[in-house]
Design a protein around this ligand. Structure first.
Ligand SMILES: Cc1cc2nc3c(=O)[nH]c(=O)nc-3n(C[C@H](O)[C@H](O)[C@H](O)COP(=O)(O)O)c2cc1C
Ligand code: SF4
Ligand code: SF4
Length: 259
């Protein structure tokens, strides 16, 4: 069973890659579980359990934290549980944050993997260009293969981190809580009213009124899916995003075009 969360497709790709390679057929979207209040999951005998998600502010996305906080994982034996985090620059203390949260639910991490993937945080900086993204994605294939092989062999390469990472993650997570406000979202006239932003928001923070998105919650997960996947590049956050590029994993771009 693989629990995943993804805004712009990197972690979804990673979760699917691992699932295909280890022949695990159960992918669970943590955002859907939180929306539906589903927190009880049972592992089959011998089944591994993965948590795959992007690093946000050196730690876990809010959705992952909410999911793990209520998770009830049942298993007849001690399961092999792994974390696989995708990140643009540094994994920070994300794995340790997950580990602490899981232990409160009597779930114990056996292994952790970090995979550098294209940076997507358009709200803070210019995300990876297409050329850079292609290069990073090529390199990520090696890390994903290593992770899949290690999971099959039940190895634990670990994700390097220092005490400073743990301390910095605590501070950065405070910044994340303050940043997650939706008041700075706006929509340009270029919006074509397709409703994709409403459909893909993992926390149901967007509703369409008069063919335009309205942010109906004061906070969101800041996954940047709405900004990055809007086909008209119509969604902005503050005054910086208009001039910036957008990053979406190629598989998600293909999916969007065929929907
Ligand atoms: C809100 C937010 C915060 C982020 N913080 C970090 C960070 O602290 N360190 C880092 O290396 N990358 C950070 N990133 C980049 C993502 O972790 C990275 O691009 C990830 O692979 C995106 O995965 P996804 O496509 O599955 O959403 C951040 C991205 C977002 C949206
Ligand atoms: S995804 Fe973009 S174009 Fe579609 S409704 Fe939302 S803002 Fe408008
Ligand atoms: S409003 Fe946009 S950035 Fe916030 S959680 Fe929804 S899709 Fe992600």
């Amino acid at each position: 069973m693989i629990f995943y969360f993804s805004g712009t497709g990197n972690s979804l790709y990673a979760a699917k890659y691992i699932a295909n390679n280890i022949h695990d057929d159960e992918l669970v979207n943590m955002a859907d579980s939180v929306k539906e209040g589903r927190y009880y999951y049972a592992l089959k005998p011998g089944e591994t359990c993965g948590f795959v998600f992007p690093v946000y502010f050196g730690g876990m996305p809010s959705v992952v934290a909410q999911f793990v906080k209520k998770l009830r994982l049942s298993s007849d034996e001690v399961p092999y549980v792994y974390a696989l985090v995708t990140y643009g620059g540094k994994a920070g203390g994300s794995v340790q944050a997950l580990q602490i949260a899981l232990e409160k639910r009597y779930v114990y991490l056996s292994a952790a993997f970090g995979v550098k993937m294209p940076d997507n945080y358009v709200i803070m900086y210019n995300p990876a260009t297409e050329e850079k993204a292609q290069q990073v994605l090529r390199e990520a294939e090696t890390d994903l293969l290593t992770a899949a092989t290690s999971i099959i062999a039940r190895n634990n390469p670990g994700v390097p981190h220092t005490m400073l990472d743990t301390v910095m993650t605590a501070g950065m997570q405070t910044a994340y809580r303050m940043m997650r406000k939706t008041a700075s979202f706006t929509v340009d006239n270029s919006c074509i009213g397709c409703g994709l932003c409403e459909k893909i928001c993992p926390v149901n923070a967007i509703e369409m009124y008069d063919y335009k998105p309205v942010w109906i919650k004061s906070e969101c997960a800041h996954c940047v899916a709405c900004i990055s996947r809007c086909p008209a590049k119509a969604i902005q956050y503050g005054d910086k995003t208009k001039k910036r590029g957008r990053y979406v994993h190629p598989d998600l771009q293909v999916k969007q075009q065929t929907e």
